[in-house]
Design a protein around this ligand. Sequence first.
Ligand SMILES: Cc1ncc(COP(=O)(O)O)c(C=O)c1O
Length: 467
Amino acid sequence: MDVSICLSEHSQIPWYEQLYRYIRTEIESGRISSGTKLPSIRSLADSLRISKTTAETAYQQLLAEGYIESRPRRGYFTMPVETSLAPHDAVGSPVETTSGQSAPTIDIDFHPSRIDSKNFPFALWKSLFNELLNQRDCRMLDYGAVEGEWGLRRELAKYLHYSRGVRCGPEQIVIGNGIQYCIGVIRTLLNEYPMVAAMENPGYHRVRAILEHSGVPIRPIRLDHDGLDIDQLCETDANIVYVTPSHQFPKGMVMPYYKRMLLLRWAQAVNGFIIEDDYDSEFRYGERPIPSLQGLDQRDSVIYIGTFSKAFTPAIRMNYMVLPPPLLARFKSMSQGFDCPVSRIQQNVMEMFITRGFWDRHIRRFRRIYRGKHQDMLHALRMIMEDHVVVSGIGAGLHVALLVRTILTERDLTERAARVGVRIYTGNDTRIGPSNDLPYVYLGFGALERTEMEEGLRRLKNVWFDD
Ligand SMILES: Cc1ncc(COP(=O)(O)O)c(C=O)c1O
């Protein structure tokens, strides 16, 4: 196929991004169907009269976000839109397969980030909102503090201390609207520091995308059975590392204490920083959690990031980071350059929710709900999938990882699943480079009832193994 786009020389948007956005929109709208071979980097560069680096950067971005895949010696191919881990995927949307046939509507979605919305405390949240608005406090209608509301930050400092061993004062906490915002702020704070970022491979694709987007070179680091391979990290020129030590995303292992100490020693040796993403540690179903890296750090080298997306809802778009003192000083000196992206009304409602004890109750309640769903999922996998899959990454969070014993590719598995109305997520979304492993599938269970999990797994078994 040809890519016919007229790149604007007068736009502020760089060419690679114009190209990336154009192809992405074509894929999302279905104008380029899944499985289409894209032009090679060289021919795209020639036909558009751009450099190969520009074309390659656009493709890398599409790869990172799961819109295309690279097949060894064959080139770049578009992926079915439903396999991307885009957060805005909606259940109930029709899907098109590579054969061009319309597949059934997706009615069972194993997205790892979906939560149990049936049990969401709608009435309570609404009443706190009403209560705040009824106070008619006019200050609430002004701009808030750049770092976020003081009361919420104070409550978070206490919560993080007793739940995760994080040691910080409220002044170190910055409220944001998601991890991509926080990474953007960190990038700005370190703008005089030639940043080279290491990350787990496979790892969280949305962090990789934002780092790549801001021009940070990435060094993918393989995983051992217990998390990041520190020896490989030490061989790189990275000076910042992004990790999910308490529940590796997506594979699910927990980084043991000795490895956390090695990682902290690495940061000290290279005078670097560790970004600790502690996204779902509220939900552990087995052994006691290991304290956060931040709590073990003696040298101010950890930037801790947490979120309300798993424990409450991603729709609230609220998260937080804890800056070590050197970066806090920098944040203060650059504060004109930032603006808190979260509504102060919403932040104040959350403060009320925490101060009045509803937050702890909410976590206890949801831990019970998710523990039940986690057991249901493991039971259903044992009964339905038997030894067709090897399950890992269990004991925490809202998803499990499956190694699938099959000769099918991840792409085949996804397509077959879509044919029977099931949406799954594969290693392809999170991996940098090719894999020699059997295919990996990640199944979220947070939003599903037991009967839906069982029905979904039965359909998968039929289309994956019984053909
Ligand atoms: C690994 C990981 N980190 C962080 C988050 C939360 O991101 P955010 O706070 O931007 O919603 C998620 C959500 O799914 C995640 O999977």
